[in-house]
Ligand binder design. Sequence first.
Ligand code: NAD
Length: 547
Amino acid sequence: MHFRPYTREKRGIQILRDPALNKGTAFTEAERDALGLRGLLPPRVNPPETQLARTLDNLRGKASDIEKYIFLVSLLDRNETLFYRLVCAHIEETLPLIYTPTVGKACQAYGNIFRRPRGLYISANDRGRVRQILRNWPHDDVRIAVVTDGERILGLGDLGANGMGIPVGKLSLYTACAGVPPWQCLPITLDVGTNNKALREDPLYIGTPCERLRGAAYDELVDEFISGMGEIYPGACIQFEDFGNANAFRLLHRYQDRVCTFNDDIQGTASVALAGLYSALRITGKTLAAQRILFLGAGEAGIGIGNLIVDALRAEGVPEPEARRHCWFVDSKGLVTRSRPGLSEHKQPFAHEHPGASTLLDAVNALSPTALIGVSGQAGGFTQQVVEAMARRNEHPIIFALSNPTSQAECTAEQACVWSDGRAVIATGSPFAPVEHKGKTHIPGQGNNAYIFPGLGLGVIAARARRVTNEMFFIAARTLASCVSDDDLAHGRVFPRLANIRAVSQRIAIAVATTALERGLSPLDKNCDVTALVNAHIFQPEYHDHT
Ligand code: NAD
């Protein structure tokens, strides 16, 4: 188990003000004497269980999700161990608060709810001094950095520097879901302006109120950041998160073969969606090669998923050109076809020879897909007619409405269930309540990226991998799918229960670290005990004796 390096220099009030060391009312009598805490705390010592119960009670007493979010962030600022104990013990309840959907609302209101800074801000006018800023971070053992420039926050668009809620939230999931020690996690926002005029004009906006930096100046800033990270935190894995899609694809291509990096919106989403598809096929009884998959949305998530499905088909022996014809895309201009002028580069490999279709319904009627995957960020994209058309063509249509947050979902779980007369295999991006239909309970699987990136990241850092490869996401998808039980499937649940997330992440980490070792991407001995290696990195949210 991993312990935080304990500093003996701190005493008294300094300890209570350090969230990493603070135990609040759980400090024992002996610790209160040894650390100069006597009198600074209420006299009664609380066992950690009582403290946890009180905190849970307080959380549940908050009137709205955003108040719960604020309460949890304040707890993290006060007592990190208690925060992670609470989140780990009640992950199904707390994940939607610290991540999607509530984090979306939190980012929209970030300037308003801002209390204490968390993470590093690197602004456009910091060019030339990015290394200095990176050195200001108080921890030197950084292993994972999550960075955003806030251009496409969930499905909510450009939220500029208010997007900091995303790296902060994702890194807390690294610790909660996989046990990556919190002091090894670094949240970063590149404050490069925002094209959201309302935000720029809002006096409470926390970023630099100017238009987005573009072109060479933007690239130079990112380059300075990447090279600075390599120098100051060598070997740290850098996760790109919620960049606009042109930059996301470009930066991934530029850096993925040079440094240890990945883009969660493209690659992590792909892995979770492929895992969901593998589980769905266990319900439909069909093979991946028998699928025709139609996507609504041809951005980071859609193209990422498409590319990983192609890799999966190739692994089954399907030649690449044929594999690509299993995936079809509808974007804001209709069906993506060869004859469409001006297609962006990432869509071209999926632009097939076919007559055009201007709506999703036309495309469903023309292509007879077996699966629909919604990654458009457009609420209501899966209409009743579309779902009914899928249900006419398939005994068990696969309907994944993955857009986040809940307000942007292509359809609700209930709509997909009712409109397909209970036959659809459903996954959603944000959590939806179980649906009762004709006496049966359907539990929609939540295609949460939290199933993949924490475990994958843990595997990468445990193996000290030099690169993050597409193969690792494929292996992670297969491992995640193997964690889905027959009982899960009987309820229509295509992902394991979130309550099991730590065990799932550990299995993914072992599989990913093994891949890194096998592919020569790790400096460690190929024959080392990978399970022990991964377990040695896992942080448990438990108090340690400070006497
Ligand atoms: P993106 O901006 O890269 O892509 C959005 C795509 O949707 C673009 O191709 C755009 O042309 C298309 N689009 C926009 N309006 C449309 C319309 N009316 N009809 C059809 N297509 C339309 O964004 P992204 O990163 O691909 O994310 C898209 C959505 O997927 C977001 O809501 C995001 O939250 C969600 N997402 C979910 C998960 C998950 O559930 N695990 C993971 C990643 C992203």
